[in-house]
Write a protein that binds this ligand. Structure first.
Ligand code: SF4
Length: 521
């Protein structure tokens, strides 16, 4: 299982270096549970030292659409058995099959991999593997299969624990543990699609029955226009608490220090149980299942390494409209001082709604305020270059960024819009980078604020874990529970690797990195 996620075209991760995702570990876990042996190998290693692929019988490669070059380069190093591509890149199956892959798994691995493994063993029977795409008798074949995995089947498998050790600096990395699959936002954008179709305002996806919201009469994919999660991974489905608990216990037992509860929206956790057996396709109602959320967090923070501060627990994204006073109180109680990601995406009230967002701009402001009030660290996300963007939108974005900063946002993350296949905004052009577009002033503002945020840290003493020694001898360390990378220049001793220590931040080196000095004791 070769992990090419976020490797782009250069076989190199340029961001989120400290994150270990769920997908490749999950595939390895499924394969292991079927009586085979799987190992996770990093994309760079598989490409630079292809001999490490020797001895394996099948190659699985995971990546996103932006990782196609890295994925196909790895496939080019593989000579022996079948090569299987998966992960969000499955939408580009035509390219992947042309460039060296034999099979592409569409959608969730839980549905396809068990029967694919059987067929690989037998060397035949691929036509019965659900959601498999491949060439047969010179023709492209796409086997039918469910749009997403049923709740009963979904949580049967456990991601491989040992696979974590294949990642450099794993002991200090943020290891993602899945708690929710899919997303409850089945609203659709009201902006026109690139092919000219446009919402006819039937209102089914906003006020219809939960099942009716699965389909739009004119075929607009569900969710925010730029996002593929609801279309490919279905409505939100929550993982049973005991499964989450046992996986996290094992990871921490192995030495992992940072766990991220992975979910397109953590506040969907247990909301699906409130509407079951109907699908959770409403991003606003019912309110968050605070009982389920609190019960999960109580159990997890009861793990001794977490309660005594040796290991940390964080959540990933939350929908701003679901952040209530009670939700913020619970998150603050169990996860004090941890970051929480909020999507603003557009600060222009009408543009924000027309993207298919479940929230309103003022709900983002309220969420920042509440999270800050209860001791959390809100990170706010925006996207530039979206369909419908104009000078007014950029102006509103800048005002909104200033507002969330005043309200206590700790970091602003500005993404460039990427038109993904299978989303409502497929077919729109990819915009130029922010610095070369109308978003330049927005980009500069975000950069300035983030740098100022790093400067605010100067003089603070924080905990960190040593993960690697640079060629100049300085120590790269990760802030605990999360923050910018800290470079410790004066310490060259290898024994600080894998250790936790205190560091005083002395200066901001960039908007992503700070310099620190070791504090003895
Ligand atoms: S996006 Fe589709 S389902 Fe939603 S209101 Fe418009 S036409 Fe109706």
């Amino acid at each position: 299982m070769v992990d090419c996620l976020a490797r782009g075209e250069r076989l190199k991760r340029t961001s989120t270096l400290d994150a270990i995702g769920v997908g490749p570990r999950l595939v390895a876990g499924i394969v292991d549970s079927l009586g085979h042996e799987a190992e996770v190998i990093q994309c760079e290693e598989a490409y630079k030292s292809p001999h490490i692929l020797d001895g394996y019988e099948a190659l699985f490669v995971s990546g996103m659409s932006t990782d196609l070059v890295s994925m196909t380069r790895v496939a080019g190093r593989w000579r022996v058995g079948p090569a299987v591509a998966g992960g969000p890149s499955f939408v580009d199956y035509g390219f992947l099959l042309r460039k060296g892959f034999d099979f592409v798994v569409w959608g969730e691995g839980e549905t396809s991999i068990p029967s694919l493994m059987k067929a690989l063993d037998a060397g035949e029977g691929f036509e019965s593997v659900p959601n498999l795409i491949y060439r047969s008798k010179g023709k492209l074949r796409r086997n039918p299969g469910p749009a997403w995995t049923s709740t009963q089947r979904l949580w049967r498998f456990t991601p491989s624990i040992n696979a974590v050790m294949s990642y450099p600096g794993w002991w200090g990395a943020r290891v993602y543990v899945e708690v929710v699959r899919g997303c409850s936002n089945f609203y659709r954008p009201t902006l026109p699609l690139a092919d000219g179709r446009r919402c006819i305002m039937c209102d089914i996806c906003r006020t219809g029955d939960l099942e009716a919201r699965l389909e739009c009469p004119i075929g607009i994919p569900p969710g925010c226009g730029y996002c593929s999660v609801p279309a490919f991974f279905g409505p939100a489905r929550s993982r049973p608490q005991e499964k989450v608990l046992s996986e996290i216990k094992e990871l921490i037992g192995m030495g992992v220090r940072r766990i991220v509860l992975s979910a397109p929206d953590f506040l969907d956790y247990g909301r699906d149980w409130l509407v079951y057996p109907k699908p959770l396709t409403d991003p606003r109602s019912p309110s968050p299942n605070t009982e389920a959320i609190e019960s999960l967090l109580k159990k997890l923070t009861g793990i001794s390494e977490i309660s005594n501060g040796e290991a940390y627990l964080m959540v990933e994204n939350v929908k701003p409209n679901l952040v209530t006073e009670e939700v913020a109180r619970i998150l603050g109680l169990y996860l004090p001082g941890t970051p929480v990601n909020l999507g603003l995406e557009s600060g222009h009230p009408q543009h924000h709604l027309s993207l298919g967002r479940p929230s309103r701009v003022e709900e983002v402001f309220r969420a920042v305020k509440l999270l800050k009030k209860y001791g959390l660290r809100p990170y706010v996300y925006l996207i530039h270059g979206l369909p419908g963007e104009n000078e007014d939108v950029i102006k509103a974005d800048m005002e909104a960024v200033k507002a969330v900063w005043r309200l206590g946002a700790e970091k602003i993350i500005l993404y460039r819009f990427t038109p993904l296949k299978g989303t409502a905004f497929e077919g729109y052009p990819k915009p130029p980078p922010a610095v070369k577009s109308r978003a330049r002033q927005l980009y500069l503002l975000v950069k300035r604020l983030n740098k100022a945020g790093k400067r605010r840290m100067e003089g603070k003493v924080v905990k960190a874990v040593g993960v690697a020694i640079r060629s100049d001898g300085s120590l790269i360390s990760y802030m605990l529970p999360h923050g910018p990378v800290i470079l410790v220049r004066e310490y060259k001793e290898r024994e600080l690797l894998r250790k936790t220590f205190k560091v005083k931040i002395v200066r901001a080196l960039s908007d992503r990195m700070v310099e620190g000095v070791l504090i003895k004791g």
